[in-house]
Design a protein around this ligand. Structure first.
Ligand code: ATR
Length: 277
């Protein structure tokens, strides 16, 4: 990466704590480079979000990605929330428009785009979402807007039932799932590097109708759950797709330019394969 820094260089970054090795910096910096945009994307380890909005205004930081554990708490400090972010109750993106800092949730968009690249019309599709955390909420609200029929299963019953109620969805206690599905979405951390052998243990019947199966984990690119789905002859979508689309939407919100999606995806895959460091 070749960065020439001068007073006009726009600064972006990611906040979280502890800030694990996110792939957002390598992806966004490559995209800036590709389009010749005078900008840089940095890591900002951040324990407390209270001062973040005032801080980015005062330092003219143009935008931030928000990650664990701040996605919900930071909502109360922004000047405005995008309507979808408001219904989800969590954001992963800040855009500094000068007077106002606006919060968006591009995880929802990322998941939708990843699904729509395989299934054009999500209306009336039967979708099983495994998990009821922040990511599951974002995906659930996005799919509800598309008219999908949602079912949720979750280890902690209370949390699952609460989300199912908000989404007017069916709840199944984990792992007692009945019913057949067109789409299955795995949103728990089970199978994430380094514990790559793990997966939610669910009855084989969920694969019976040959659903499209998506995992939101992108490292490894093919989780144990996706491997199993592939063995059951289901079409699978890697978490890399959702990650790249959520990043592409952030890029467009920040720069007003169309994101170089193919380059961004190539960069993420090369990084995951260890080809770049
Ligand atoms: P995120 O914001 O990334 O979705 P989260 O809010 O911590 O993260 O949610 C994680 C989800 O994975 C939850 O649904 C969680 O289930 P609980 O509500 O029971 O905690 C689920 N999860 C995490 N570890 C799990 C495990 N070992 N087995 C099954 N589900 C698990």
């Amino acid at each position: 990466m070749l960065v020439k820094i001068n007073p006009e260089t726009k600064v972006f970054g990611i906040i979280g704590f502890p800030l694990s090795h996110s792939l957002s910096p390598v992806m966004h910096n490559r995209a800036f480079e590709e389009l010749g945009i005078n900008a840089i994307y940095l890591y900002f380890p951040c324990k407390e979000v209270e001062g973040v909005v005032a801080g980015i205004k005062s330092l003219s930081i143009k935008g931030l990605s928000i990650t664990i554990p701040h996605k919900e708490k930071i909502c109360r400090y922004v000047d405005e929330l995008d309507p979808m972010a408001k219904s989800i109750g969590a954001i992963n993106t800040l855009v500094n428009k000068g007077e106002k800092v606006i919060g968006y949730n591009t995880d929802a968009y990322g998941a939708l785009m990843a699904l729509k690249s395989r299934i054009e019309d999500l209306r009336a599709k039967k979708v099983l979402i495994i998990g009821a955390g922040g990511a599951s909420r974002a995906i659930g609200f996005a799919l509800k807007e598309e008219g999908a029929e949602i079912s949720i299963t979750n280890r902690t019953e209370q949390r699952g039932i609460a989300l199912a109620k908000e989404l007017k969805a069916q709840f199944y206690p984990f792992p007692d799932i009945k019913g057949d599905f067109n789409i299955v979405i795995q949103t728990t951390p089970l199978g994430m590097y380094p514990e790559i052998e793990k997966m939610p243990l669910l009855p084989d019947s969920i694969f019976e109708k040959k659903p499209v199966v998506m995992d939101i984990i992108y490292n490894p690119m093919e989780t144990a759950f996706l491997k199993l789905a592939r063995k059951k002859r289901c079409e699978t979508i890697s978490g890399v797709d959702m990650f790249v689309y959520q990043g592409a939407k952030q890029f467009e919100l920040w720069t007003g330019k169309q994101a170089p999606i193919d380059i961004m995806k190539e960069t993420v895959i090369s990084f995951l394969k260890g080809e770049i460091r």
